[in-house]
Design a binder for this molecule. Structure first.
Ligand code: BGC
Length: 368
């Protein structure tokens, strides 16, 4: 269930914004129940940041930016990544250590969103505020805030881009053969991306415009363990061998992020098929040349600098003894979590240079 929280404060702040000529609605966190928000905390306090892994570039970048931004804001950052061998116990232990070290706020990008219940319960007992970062920790009341790009919208944009890309690349076709890939079931975002995309694609599957040739069209069938590109690529290899023999063409692949998009492209190349229309997400440096050449049709820009900056704003409010600003609520299965959503941006070859113009890493890649 997704609904925008409307409170008296929201109405009031909307009125102020309307008067001042600004757009956008925001409100204060309402029933945040956040740690010890009323008393705030001092400069120099420890802020924990627990990140899930380094499988996507956005996580690697986030660690660096958090360290810099929190230091600059006067806090003592403790940024940790779960290791790849046993990420869940790793992350659990890291969070427990952060609590013991007296962290005032712990920012968590969950590796497995269902397995942090006892750690966030401990945090709550110690008066630590928990901010779910990018991925919403599920089935616990002990999450105070959520900050993310709107993931359902990401999925819808991927679905729409797949349709647009197919129509543009194959103007003579009226039906298209496609396959679907989703992320890891342990990451609640993966199902949200998939459901957002299917919100757009399902009607076109139902009316026969899109044909999922393998018949694998449920989240369970298409999910990718650990978001690992090797797993996605091997499923695609099997699907192509099994269902695309001879001159059966594959026209498109719904891929949920850039690492899995590149895996799909490789698999299709290895099977001597293609070219295809592939979606992605994250604006990874390795995908930008593919976007510019059209090998990958689109990606999504979720500027990590903005997401971290918004999180640090939340932390500053909490330090001042205030509630953090939010603009939505998201149901995590146990409560409506006060949420701040940022808007994702669709990127294709056409707008890449414009979208990345203030990004020193990505912009040059659009000029080669
Ligand atoms: C993030 C994506 C990322 C994926 C794999 C998701 O939770 O929202 O940006 O590609 O995890 O790391």
């Amino acid at each position: 269930m997704r609904k925008v929280m409307i409170t008296a404060a929201a109405v009031a702040s909307a009125a102020v914004l309307a008067l001042s000529g600004c757009s956008g609605a925001s409100d204060r966190g309402g029933d945040a129940g956040g740690g010890d928000a009323a008393s705030g905390f001092e400069e120099g306090s420890v802020i924990g940041v627990a990140l899930p892994d380094k499988t996507s570039e956005n996580w690697t970048i986030a660690g660096e930016i958090f360290t810099d931004a929190l230091t600059e804001a006067g806090y003592e950052p403790n940024v940790q990544y779960a290791g790849s061998t046993s990420p869940v116990p790793d992350q659990q232990a890291q969070i427990s250590t952060m609590i013991q070290d007296g962290a005032k706020v712990i920012v968590i990008g969950a590796n497995d969103a269902k397995q942090l219940g006892s750690q966030v319960a401990d945090a709550k007992e110690q008066g630590v505020t928990i901010i779910s970062y990018d991925r919403l920790i599920s089935d616990t009341e002990n999450v105070d805030y959520y900050v993310a790009f709107n993931n359902f919208k990401v999925g819808q944009e991927q679905g729409q881009a797949l349709l647009d890309g197919l129509a543009a690349k194959f103007p003579d076709k009226t039906t298209y053969n496609i396959e679907l890939i989703a992320g890891a079931a342990t990451d609640p975002n993966a199902a949200v991306f998939f459901n957002g995309a299917m919100d757009v694609l399902q009607p076109k599957i139902d009316d026969g415009t899109l044909v999922v040739v393998s018949g694998q069209d449920t989240f369970e069938q298409v999910q990718t363990d650990k978001w690992d590109p090797a797993n996605a690529q091997s499923r695609m290899d099997t699907v192509l061998q099994g269902f695309y023999q001879g001159d059966v063409a594959i026209d498109g692949v719904l891929a949920p992020n850039d690492t899995l998009a590149r895996a799909a492209i490789q698999s299709v190349k290895d099977a001597s098929k293609g070219p295809i229309v592939v979606t992605g997400q994250d604006s990874e440096a390795a995908s930008i040349p593919l976007i510019m050449s059209g090998e990958q049709y689109m990606t999504i820009y979720k500027d990590t600098r903005k997401l971290v900056a918004q999180t640090v704003e939340m932390i500053k409010s909490l330090a001042a003894g205030e509630e953090a600003e939010t603009n939505a609520e998201e149901d995590n299965g146990a409560k409506e979590v006060p949420t701040f959503y940022l808007d994702p941006v669709v990127v294709t070859a056409e707008n890449a240079a414009e979208v990345y113009k203030d990004n020193d890493t990505l912009f040059p890649l659009t000029q080669q």
